[in-house]
Write a protein that binds this ligand. Structure first.
Ligand SMILES: Nc1nc2c(c(=O)[nH]1)N[C@H]1C(S)=C(S)[C@@H](COP(=O)(O)OP(=O)(O)OC[C@H]3O[C@@H](n4cnc5c(=O)[nH]c(N)nc54)[C@H](O)[C@@H]3O)O[C@H]1N2
Ligand SMILES: Nc1nc2c(c(=O)[nH]1)N[C@H]1C(S)=C(S)[C@@H](COP(=O)(O)OP(=O)(O)OC[C@H]3O[C@@H](n4cnc5c(=O)[nH]c(N)nc54)[C@H](O)[C@@H]3O)O[C@H]1N2
Ligand SMILES: [Mo]
Length: 594
């Protein structure tokens, strides 16, 4: 029996047990407690792998591919790394890029905007331990599709009062005491409106605020500049619902489980900051059974041996064409980046693309050099998590005679180029492991705090919480929100729909099963399985209709494993955090003329 952990990009970071060629969950793991999802149990094994190295479409040996790669990696090289595997050893390629004077990326396709907002308000983004979630009385699931993306949290919230805030009636919303099916992109305004009523009804925790966030009177002035009626219309809710939310959370131990869904917008940082501000008003930081959980900064507090100082370009809007060679490692930008048409145009201008990955996809098809990688079953690594603070050692469980690990890739290129300075693989793995705390054989991250922010905010504690104090939203007309009269509904016109992004059970982003559906409300009068052209100002894609009463009739929903979804999405970069804004777009639907 061997122990290891799943390396896929997910909150849960399951630890696994391997016995007689079978993978199962580890029932002793503090969070994931034994069950595994289909992705790590089934889908990863049935997805065909790239097994042959290629140079310009011709099969070559791995040594030939590496020699060629080494000859084209230089100071005009960009490394674009995805999150196909979130083990820490993925970042070892930074050392190669530093050595050749190449370029890396900054920002994110994922949680960067929200993370920036959290950092503005709290100073650091600490993970709320699942043990605190378990101690709460009320759980607010806010733009997180937990039955799909974070299912191991479910046992921790069982039996609690449940509020779900999501434009989609998700599986968890169907079980909730209250589902607020708000308009997309209105969470900032909901958080502001709730704060306003908390002040009005004097529900704020003055004792806590006087110690930890003394500027709350200024926040009251700020939230009062918004018109209640305009906010209600924008959120598409009413005063009864606001009252219901407040009566459920008043005086209770409340946890907000905030997901990436609320912040896939230019204002994503403000959304998280407004939600944090709401939590601060209620005094929910640093207390048992309370807090705001978001995707935590898993590397916080660690000395990172792969942190390097290189040039960086945006990850979400990458100027690929400025480079002579581009290495794509553990990612699939031709499907996962926003504005696919622009991404493809830019990548086609690159002389040499090296694809270092597991599966054939739109990105590998464009590559000049293909290098098969090992998956997380086939190499050693260390797994941190953005959902909890437990650390797992990833141990090699299986052999792979065709692929190479990221360490082996870097080692080979160092050898070919006669570079020195690379330590052994064990050295780096140990470097991460030895920084962890060990409690009863369990590895715990440096940043673990039993009660985050109980000593105040900021890097070293002791600071105060900083309320949202500025407001900047170009996408909607601000003056209508703040001017006394003349407000018109800002939701979409009848022929355009918000694009809702979400994840699916049988895929992790673009890995494993793919989809070809657009979910629409039956009000729109499409037939199931009918093909429709979905278009935006950036591009178009033909998808099959699935009627669904769980979504609002001003939205369509497409999951992130749908080929072509990103032909529709904008290259917009969030105001803070350099993040992609997959949700900030309206699409049209047209019947296909036969
Ligand atoms: N099975 C599976 N699990 C995964 C993944 C996967 O692909 N498959 N991906 C992993 C990754 S990379 C990530 S980042 C996490 C992300 O997982 P989550 O944090 O759950 O984020 P999303 O899946 O982006 O969106 C969650 C919810 O946000 C809602 N939403 C969309 N727009 C809005 C809005 O404006 N306001 C509100 N309130 N809600 C909105 C969607 O309807 C959806 O239900 O999941 C991880 N886990
Ligand atoms: N429209 C829309 N687009 C989205 C999202 C959305 O919600 N909507 N979500 C965004 C989010 S949250 C994320 S995190 C990104 C993810 O986007 P990417 O980071 O591009 O991840 P994937 O598309 O899953 O591609 C992962 C690839 O990594 C490779 N891989 C897997 N394991 C390994 C390994 O061990 N080594 C190497 N070398 N390669 C490996 C596989 O070949 C796989 O094709 O997508 C974003 N794109
Ligand atoms: Mo993500």
């Amino acid at each position: 029996m061997k122990q290891s952990a799943c390396g896929l990009d997910c909150y849960d970071g399951c630890s696994i047990v391997y016995e007689s060629n079978k993978v199962r969950g580890d029932k002793f793991h503090q969070v994931t407690k034994g069950s595994l999802c289909a992705n790590v149990n089934v889908n990863i094994n049935k997805t065909p792998r790239i097994t042959t190295p290629l140079i310009n479409g011709k099969a070559v040996s791995i040594n030939e591919a590496l020699a060629y790669a080494a000859s084209i990696i230089n100071d005009k090289t960009l490394l674009w790394r995805g999150s196909g595997n979130v083990g820490v050893m993925q970042d070892i390629t930074n050392l190669l890029i530093e050595k050749v004077g190449g370029c890396l990326t900054k920002g994110s396709l994922c949680d960067g905007a929200g993370d920036a907002g959290i950092t503005e308000g709290r100073g650091v983004n600490l993970t709320l331990p699942p043990e605190q979630i378990e101690k709460s009385e009320v759980v607010v699931v806010w733009g997180r599709d937990i039955t799909v993306t974070n299912r191991h949290i479910l046992p921790f919230i069982e039996g609690k009062k449940l509020i779900v805030i999501d434009p989609v009636k998700t599986k968890i919303a169907k079980k909730a005491d209250l589902h607020v099916q708000l308009a997309p992109r209105s969470d900032l305004y909901l958080a502001i409106l709730l704060a306003r009523f908390i002040f009005l009804e004097e529900l704020h925790d003055k004792e806590w605020l006087d110690k930890n966030a003394r500027e709350y009177e200024e926040y009251y002035d700020f939230v009062r500049t918004f018109r209640i009626k305009a906010l209600l219309a924008l959120i598409d809710t009413d005063l009864d619902t606001i009252g219901e939310i407040l009566s459920l959370i008043e005086g209770r131990k409340v946890v907000f489980l905030v997901g990436a869904g609320v912040q896939r917008y230019s204002i994503g940082d403000q959304v998280l900051r407004a939600i944090d501000s709401l939590a601060a008003l209620l005094g929910l930081f640093g207390k048992e059974g309370c807090g705001v959980s978001y995707l935590g900064d898993s590397k916080l507090g660690f000395d990172d041996p792969f942190r390097v100082n290189t040039k960086k370009v945006l990850k979400a809007d990458t100027p690929f064409e400025q480079f002579e060679s581009v290495i794509i490692q553990g990612g699939n930008p031709c499907e996962s980046m926003p504005d696919t048409n622009k991404v493809m145009d830019r990548l086609r201008k690159v002389k040499n693309i090296i694809y270092f990955g597991l599966y054939e996809n739109e990105t590998s098809k464009l590559a000049h050099v293909v290098i098969p990688a090992k998956n997380f079953f086939e190499k050693d690594d260390v797994r941190l998590s953005y959902g909890h603070s437990y650390v797992s050692k990833i141990n090699q469980l299986k052999e792979c005679d065709f692929g190479i690990s990221e360490y082996e890739f870097v080692r080979s290129v160092f050898n070919i180029k006669k570079y020195d300075g690379l330590e052994s693989e064990e050295y780096y793995i140990d470097h991460w492991l030895k920084q962890c705390e060990i409690k009863e054989d369990i590895l715990i991250s440096k940043a673990y705090k039993k009660l985050p922010y109980s000593n105040g905010f900021g890097k070293d504690g002791g600071d105060e919480f900083v309320f949202l104090d500025d407001y900047d939203d170009d996408f909607i007309e601000q003056k209508k929100l703040r001017r006394p009269r003349g407000y018109q509904s800002l939701s979409c016109d009848e022929s355009s729909f918000w694009l809702l992004n979400s994840k699916s059970n049988n895929s992790i982003n673009t890995q494993f099963e793919q989809d070809n559906r657009v979910l629409v409300h039956p009000d729109l009068n499409f037939c199931d399985d009918e093909e429709v052209l979905v278009s935006s100002e950036y591009g178009e894609v033909v998808l099959r209709v699935k009627n669904c009463t769980d979504i609002r009739n001003d939205c369509v929903k497409i999951t992130s494993n749908t080929i072509g979804i990103n032909r529709l999405t904008p290259p917009t970069i969030s105001n803070e955090g350099d993040s992609a804004c997959f949700g900030e777009v309206k699409v049209r639907l047209s019947k296909l003329v036969l």
